[in-house]
Design a protein around this ligand. Structure first.
Ligand SMILES: Cc1ncc(COP(=O)(O)O)c(C=O)c1O
Length: 402
């Protein structure tokens, strides 16, 4: 019996692979309802204590079968465009729908106005183009600001405040737009910023200082301030007290309703990707296990971020006796998940469970090389698993032609 893996991504499994998982098809995403509900409770309790409203950013997690677990604790959903806005309206009925997009299409605006309650524009030009119609439709209108405060060094890909960023309006851009069209200010009900990525509340506190310095004069006229996502609120050790101080500061200083729209924090450590070993090859000193799951297709953030996903029971390279590179079966030479160490060498047919696989996976995967999309299963708090959806050849083919 292996020692339980005590890391957070495997806490809901008790740190071991339950024997029942051997019956599931691979590759397969397994969403953990107990972990999801616990995240939602943390977020709901935060909202209760502070008066802030918390939205699910659907770009990170949009497995709507499980929205009923989140809905009692959240104020609604956040969308990146028309489809997610509609999904939120349909699948979390009666809750708020907020949308932010870097640029809206004119032909989508009428339908978007049907689904969304809050519409956040990225630039003064988009605000001028669509703000009047949104207001006339009774929507709450916002502008995404860029407080020009980078808090994540070395991650330009994930830094909306990086020099030359297209995301959010700087104070200089706003002042220039307002000088040309003073009526723009009357369209605004709120401001929105999103500058963080997997960060603790100290980065938020710094950002809020920058928001106060750059946009503090506008905020007393606003009804709400949306702090965006990137708050790793449900991560063990997250500094909730500092977050709560930031929320209180905004409420006190500007009298605004504070919104948070975390994606990751809603579904953090609440899912697994199950995979099996198809082959083991030896190239010089390197032992490589080829799996039926692919980094490129099924966990694209592993290559994009990049990061090495946690694997149940496995150690850092060299930590345990057998170090093996785990890789996908596609043609991409870099379809490598990472190097891991094991107590025993992985063998063909072995079942592996990658952790923290509910976020930015099912909503981001693809069928490159004709790779099948993994089925999506859910595991309830009692450990009972059920299939939510499976995919086949027809799903692959339909996206490619008629
Ligand atoms: C505008 C906006 N809101 C919310 C989020 C969710 O961020 P996270 O999943 O890191 O909490 C993102 C992520 O990119 C975003 O761009």
């Amino acid at each position: 019996m292996p020692a339980p893996d005590t890391r957070a991504p495997f806490a809901a499994l008790g740190g071991v692979l339950p024997p029942a998982l051997a019956a599931l098809p691979t590759p397969c995403y397994l969403l953990d309802e107990g972990a999801l509900a616990r995240n939602a409770e943390v977020l709901g309790a935060l909202a209760q204590r502070t008066g802030c409203k918390v939205l699910l950013a659907q770009k990170a997690f949009s497995n709507y079968d499980l929205y009923p677990l989140l809905a009692p604790h959240l104020a609604g959903t956040e969308a990146s465009g028309l489809y997610e806005a509609r999904l939120g309206a349909e699948e979390m009925p009666g809750k708020e729908v907020h949308v932010f997009c870097a640029a809206y299409r004119a032909d989508e605006m009428p339908e978007l106005l049907r689904w969304a309650d809050h519409i956040v524009f990225n630039s003064p030009a988009q605000l001028a183009a669509f703000g009047p119609a949104a207001k006339a439709a009774g929507k709450s209108v916002g502008l995404r600001i860029n407080p020009e405060c980078s808090t994540q060094e070395g991650h330009a890909l994930y830094d909306p405040c990086a020099p030359g960023s297209r995301l959010g309006t700087t104070r200089a851009q706003w002042d220039a737009a307002l000088a040309a069209d003073p009526a723009l200010a009357d369209l605004l009900d709120g401001l929105h910023f999103h500058t963080l990525c997997e960060q603790d509340a100290d980065a938020l506190a710094l950002t809020l200082d920058a928001v106060a310095e750059k946009f503090g004069d506008l905020l007393p006229r606003m009804q709400w301030l949306n702090f965006g996502g990137g708050h790793h609120i449900t991560r063990p050790g997250y500094d909730l007290a500092t977050l709560e101080r930031c929320i209180a500061r905004a409420q006190r200083a500007w009298g605004v309703q504070v919104y948070l729209e975390p994606g990751e924090a809603c579904a953090l450590n609440a899912g697994y990707l199950l995979a099996r070993v198809l082959d083991v090859v030896q190239n010089g000193a390197a032992t490589i296990a080829i799996l039926d799951a692919s980094a490129a297709c099924h966990m694209p953030d592993v290559l994009e971020m990049p990061y090495r996903p946690p694997l149940l029971g496995a150690g850092e390279p060299g930590e345990k006796p057998y170090t093996v590179r785990l890789a996908g079966p596609t043609c991409l030479a870099g379809d490598v998940i990472g190097d891991y160490s094991f107590d025993a060498p992985p063998a063909v047919g072995d079942l592996l469970a990658f952790g923290d696989m509910a976020i930015y996976t099912t909503c981001k995967n693809n069928t490159f090389n004709g790779m099948p999309l993994p089925a999506i299963w859910a595991r309830d708090a009692a450990g009972v698993c059920r299939e939510l959806v499976r995919f086949g050849y027809a799903d692959f083919k339909r996206r490619l032609g008629s």
